[in-house]
Design a protein around this ligand. Structure first.
Ligand SMILES: C[S@@+](CC[C@H](N)C(=O)[O-])C[C@H]1O[C@@H](n2cnc3c(N)ncnc32)[C@H](O)[C@@H]1O
Length: 395
């Protein structure tokens, strides 16, 4: 006989089945020794021809697919036991959160607050951030009617797609034990370096909070006006307990170590400052989308043979040096103990700066061949990557 589900699971299932009380449920994260098919599953009640149905939206990290079911036909017990580590169930009077820790023990917490379901059938597909979310209005991405402003569509897609990479990377790192399962006592700590208007900072905060993950988020920008604006928005949304902003340069920041360092289009060598900050502070994950690349562009006087056939064309020279800058960054991260990849995080129709450096701290020692390759590359090109000087003590 299969074991009886935990009493908190039965309580949560009961809340979902009270379809007129149910608001939404989110399943995310990965339980020890399991491998759920989806990164996240959302449940919510929707009204179709005056009948309440259960909408189940599965997201595999690439796309979301929504299907509608009769409440009584859907197998909730199997879903609860399919390997998700964080389960949030909201109802009209509050929420229940179930979280499995690294030892696969279940922790249950409850909150009381009034909530109301959104029963509309037609919600925008494949987005983690709903356009009418109040934070998107507060930061200026959506207008008062809850639609994305035409001028902010690209930023919205950048932020939403950045999240789509961050979330599965975070889940995988928690599952692999590289990041401990966040708890109320030890929340997940994230810093956004060069946060500007904090679109990404708030998005990460709101999304992770919405799936019941305890978090502390800090946004850092050299501009005092960014700090003032963003702090005002955090106050307006009542979020100052878990999101704060500092006005300082990345290189001089004395913020305590964090689990995840992110940066979206921090200018030129501020991207290197962000990577170096993450390395020095032993961040377990780095997700860095570089911006403009001027440093190596200005260093290269003569291209090595036979590369002049490429670099005599201004446009190709610029692209080649962008590639070299990011390749040096990835290799340096590898040499200091990170598993590193360069991935495309958003389609280039939303920004030409659509490369993301994703690095996970493994502490693996680099082999001699990789060190040799790095040295040869910089010798052949006679270039001195900015990042190398910043993290020389770790090389
Ligand atoms: C292109 S904006 C990107 C802002 C935001 N991440 C976004 O994607 O909307 C770059 C931001 O980095 C900040 N910045 C540049 N250099 C910095 C540094 N050395 N330390 C801290 N912030 C810096 C700028 O003030 C600016 O707000």
């Amino acid at each position: 006989m299969p074991p009886t589900p935990h009493s908190a699971i039965l309580e949560a299932i009961d809340l979902i089945n009270k379809s007129t009380e149910f608001v939404r449920a989110v399943f995310s994260g990965v339980r020890k020794d399991t491998n759920p098919r989806f990164v996240r599953i959302d449940l919510r009640p929707i009204l179709i021809k005056n009948n309440l149905k259960l909408q189940v939206e599965t997201n595999d990290g690439k796309q979301s697919v929504a299907k509608n079911h009769n409440f009584e036909d859907f197998d909730l017990v199997s879903l609860f036991e399919s390997g998700f580590a964080n389960i949030l169930v909201e109802h009209k009077n509050g929420s229940i959160i179930l979280q499995y820790n690294q030892k696969d023990e279940i922790k249950v917490s409850r909150k009381q607050e009034l909530k109301s379901p959104d029963l509309e059938h037609d919600r925008s597909k494949n987005r983690l951030l709903q356009a009418d979310d109040p934070f998107l209005k507060a930061v200026g991405i959506s207008d008062n009617s809850g639609s994305i402003k035409p001028s902010m569509r690209d930023k919205y897609r950048q932020v939403d797609d950045f999240l789509k990479i961050l979330v599965p990377t975070l889940n995988a790192a928690i599952q692999a034990g590289q990041i401990p399962q966040p708890t109320n006592e030890k929340p997940l700590r994230i810093v956004d370096l060069g946060c500007g208007n904090a679109y990404l900072t708030f998005a990460v905060h709101q999304y992770l909070l919405s799936i019941g993950m305890p978090i502390l988020v800090t946004g850092i920008d050299i501009k005092q006006q960014s700090r003032d604006r963003n702090t005002g928005i955090a106050q307006q949304l009542g979020l100052t307990q878990s999101i704060t902003f500092q006005a300082e340069s990345i290189a001089d920041s004395e913020l305590d170590a964090v689990d995840i360092t992110i940066a979206l289009h921090a200018c030129d060598t501020a991207t290197d400052d962000a990577i170096a900050w993450g390395v020095r502070n032993r961040s377990k994950l780095l997700l860095i989308a570089p911006c403009c690349h001027h440093h190596l562009q200005s260093q290269l006087k003569v291209a090595p043979e036979p590369w002049p056939i490429v670099l005599k064309h201004g446009l190709l020279a610029e692209r080649q040096l962008d590639i070299l800058t990011d390749a040096f960054r990835c290799q340096l991260l590898k040499l200091v103990g990170y598993r590193t990849e360069a991935v495309e995080f958003v389609s280039d129709e939303h920004t030409p700066r659509n490369l993301l450096i994703r690095a996970v701290r493994t502490n693996a020692q680099p082999d001699q061949l990789e060190i040799q390759r790095y040295r040869e590359m910089r010798t052949i090109w006679n270039l001195n990557p900015f990042l190398e000087d910043l993290i020389s003590e770790f090389l």
